[in-house]
Design a protein around this ligand. Structure first.
Ligand SMILES: [Zn+2]
Length: 108
């Protein structure tokens, strides 16, 4: 941790002119120290019992090194493409379930 921590402790994250948040970031920057403050976090999306999904990504302010973005679901980390595939599979599953319940035996 060679970063001058005081620069990140100005309270409101908007006070850091060097920081550019992704459009989905809802994190309050400036309240954590060091690496924790570099993490951009999206709004939590509850998707099940005790399971929440959110987007995240970290940007090292010193090197500009980017890690992510990722979609975190529960304790698992997915790339955006993997999360899209998971969402599409879930929609397909729901459609299949719906069509099964709507097609009465013997048809119309
Ligand atoms: Zn942010």
């Amino acid at each position: 941790m060679s970063a001058p921590i005081d620069e990140f402790c100005m309270g409101d994250g908007a006070a850091d002119p060097g920081r550019v948040c992704p459009s989905w970031c809802v994190a309050r920057h400036g309240v954590h120290l060091g690496e924790e403050d570099w993490v951009h976090t999206g709004a939590p999306l509850p998707i099940g019992d005790d399971v929440v999904a959110h987007a995240c990504m970290s940007v090292d302010p010193g090197t500009g090194e980017v890690d992510g973005p990722y979609v975190i679901i529960g304790r698992s980390q997915y790339s955006p493409a993997e999360a899209e595939a998971l969402g599409a599979a879930l929609i397909a599953l729901a459609c299949e379930a719906r069509s099964a319940s709507c097609s009465a035996p013997g048809g119309r």
